[in-house]
Write a protein that binds this ligand. Structure first.
Ligand code: UT7
Length: 335
């Protein structure tokens, strides 16, 4: 069986920096509350007409392709993770395929929220390990800012999320015990609505209902988050899924060189770090600059950590995520 290996990484974030101070001018919030509860100092928001989920994903992908040292026509398949596609359908996978001019290769959209990038990586890993494909472009990209309630009413959610994109090239390798060692995927749909956007959808609130009611108090199309329930589940599931990955490979916490947690909340990352007793140099966080970018957060953080020389060949890297669904996941990588 083949191995799959990350051979190129890239990220792109919009230029528009939105600080906590900027938010405090449009809603009742303040830097102290946001930093204390989330660790976030600023995030990026797109400017309409400049960036979309796809264009950001394409920019990140071009960097990853160049770093992988492959031609774009060497890519066999695209897996795109997002909760914020520009169209209801089709998903952004085919838009990337078109914008990169990738002939007629297949494009798959993954919608597993904050766990989306690891789910996408896992799908790509299976295609490579079975020998079906040699090079797969995996993207996580989010434009969340236009969908947030940027008033005091929505402050507990809107201060957290940001926009950005990250991409990886996953390639076939024949070196045993290297590259992606294993991935672990979980879900608990009983909590589906606890972190959700339920409208417009074909269930509770149809587009036609929203148009008919024209109700300014209708909040169903803004994200709803039961923050405390998410927090409590996140700290348990992050730890569980990291331990599961280590056990599956007969490794232990001492073997971890770098943990890249999904950037949900700095307090969640710090809780996991202290639970696992990892020193500061073995965990990478950048939520302070970008907020929570959902499916984009892991590839952005992974790229920044790699660019900073914090990930070296032979290192054991753990990716772990938790989010809406609830879904959670991990990936263990021998770099
Ligand atoms: O990838 C998964 C993504 N989601 C997460 O990881 C979220 C996990 N949960 C959390 O991070 C936390 O629950 C939050 C940071 C979202 C909220 O922190 P909390 O300690 O659970 O606060 P809370 O929602 O219980 O609100 C506490 C107070 C409330 O005021 P009162 O009722 O005590 O007077 C809120 O109205 O803080 C108020 N509040 C704010 N104040 C200033 C809520 N949001 C804000 C805000 N600025 N942005």
């Amino acid at each position: 069986m083949y191995q799959s290996k990350i051979t190129g990484l890239g990220y792109y974030v919009p230029d528009n920096v939105v600080t906590n101070e900027d938010l405090s001018k449009i809603m009742d919030t303040n830097d102290e509350w946001i930093v204390e509860r989330t660790g976030i100092h600023e995030r990026r928001h797109i400017v309409k007409g400049q960036d979309t989920t796809t264009t950001m994903g394409v920019k990140a992908a071009k960097i990853a392709i160049e770093r992988a040292g492959i031609a774009k026509d060497d890519i066999d398949f695209i897996v795109f993770a997002t909760i914020s596609p520009e169209y209801y359908f089709p998903g952004p996978g085919v838009l990337v395929q078109r914008d990169l001019g990738l002939k007629t290769i297949g494009a798959l959209d993954v919608r597993n929220q904050c766990s989306g990038f690891i789910y996408a990586l896992s799908v790509a890993d299976q295609f490579i390990k079975t020998g079906m494909y040699k090079n797969i472009l995996v993207i996580g990209s989010e434009v969340q800012s236009p969908g947030l309630d940027m008033t005091t009413r929505g402050r507990s959610v809107s201060v957290i999320f940001g926009d950005g994109a990250g991409a990886a090239i996953l390639s076939r390798s024949e070196t045993a015990n290297s590259g992606i060692l294993s991935t672990h995927l979980h879900a608990e749909g009983v909590h589906a609505e606890e972190l959700s956007v339920v409208a417009p959808g074909m269930g509770k609130r149809w587009v036609t209902d929203i148009i008919r009611d024209n109700d300014p108090e209708d909040l169903s199309y803004f994200p709803h988050m039961n923050g405390q329930l998410v927090f409590k589940n996140a700290v348990v599931r992050f730890n569980e899924v990291i331990q599961e990955a280590l056990e599956a490979n007969q490794l232990s916490v001492e073997d971890i060189d770098m943990l890249i947690p999904h950037q949900a909340n700095l307090r969640i990352s710090q809780f996991i770090q202290s639970k696992l007793r990892l020193s500061d140099d073995r965990v990478f966080n950048n939520i302070q600059k970008y907020g929570n970018t959902t499916a984009a957060s892991i590839p952005i953080a992974l790229t920044e950590a790699w660019e900073a020389g914090k990930i070296k060949p032979g290192d054991l890297v753990v990716l772990a995520a938790f989010g809406s669904g609830f879904t959670w996941a991990s990936a263990l990588i021998r770099w």
